[in-house]
Design a protein around this ligand. Structure first.
Ligand code: ADE
Length: 232
């Protein structure tokens, strides 16, 4: 997959996505990440990209023309163009799954108070990563690219990891434990040590449902039917 970010601050995206699993996915060619900087398309010698909002108000807005030219540099026929903004539809695991199937994503990152509204119709969708306001779209781009990259087939060596995980079945994931079996007096639940796959699955489903009810009851009505087959 190819992803291009239209951003004034490419390093804010490039750096965090050079580490760990996404860094490796880039080295191995699963993800090709590029940048297009509106500042390279500013119309004056001072490379101005922002201006005051019409009608007054605080802060500065990104001007349409430099953003448009930066977008044109990377947009192709098969591109999905996404505008990152707190006003967008909430980004979630199902959105990540849908985006992971695309050939080319272009993520437009706002900065300052936002972008001239006339850029919005150029995007196929507007996405928000949560109900809070960031200083710019760059941290949101990192979140979206990370969540999408790990779903590209081959990036995670055990693809099972993306099938059974939190949110995919509509529930939060059951807790996990590793060695030692007893850590500072705290034991690993017996069901996980039983070696009985049916019992382990039942335990995980029950814990997942319980945890979801406590932490994210809003997920329960839409969760897949993952009730335990018997009481544990
Ligand atoms: N830009 C500023 N805040 C944002 C958010 N919550 N999601 C996406 N882009 C943003």
């Amino acid at each position: 997959m190819r992803v291009d970010a239209v951003t004034l601050f490419p390093e804010m995206i490039d750096r965090p996505l050079s580490e760990s699993i996404v860094g490796r996915a880039r080295e191995e060619g699963y993800l090709k990440l590029g940048f297009s900087n509106p500042r390279d398309f500013a119309g004056d010698r001072r490379r101005t990209v922002d201006d005051k909002p019409y009608g007054g108000g605080t802060g500065m807005l990104l001007m349409a023309e430099p953003v448009y030219k930066a977008l044109l540099k990377v947009r192709k026929k098969n591109s999905t163009v996404i505008l990152l903004t707190p006003k967008g539809r909430r980004f979630d695991q199902s959105a990540a799954q849908a985006l992971a199937k695309k050939k080319h994503l272009v993520l437009i990152c706002g900065h300052y108070e936002g972008i001239d509204e006339r850029i919005t119709p150029l995007a196929d969708m507007e996405l928000s990563i949560g109900d809070y306001v960031l200083t710019g779209g760059e941290p949101a781009a990192v979140v979206v690219i990370d969540a999408v990259t790990r779903l590209i087939p081959g990036v995670l060596k055990k693809s099972d990891a993306t099938v059974k995980e939190t949110f995919t079945g509509g529930l939060l994931e059951a807790p996990h434990y590793t060695r030692p079996g007893v850590w500072r007096g705290k034991e690993v639940p017996l069901a996980l040590l039983s070696g009985n796959h049916g019992r382990i699955e039942d335990w995980r489903r029950a814990r997942a449902a319980e945890l979801t009810g406590i932490s994210r009851p809003d997920l329960l009505p839409t969760a897949a039917k993952t009730r335990p087959r018997k009481k544990i």
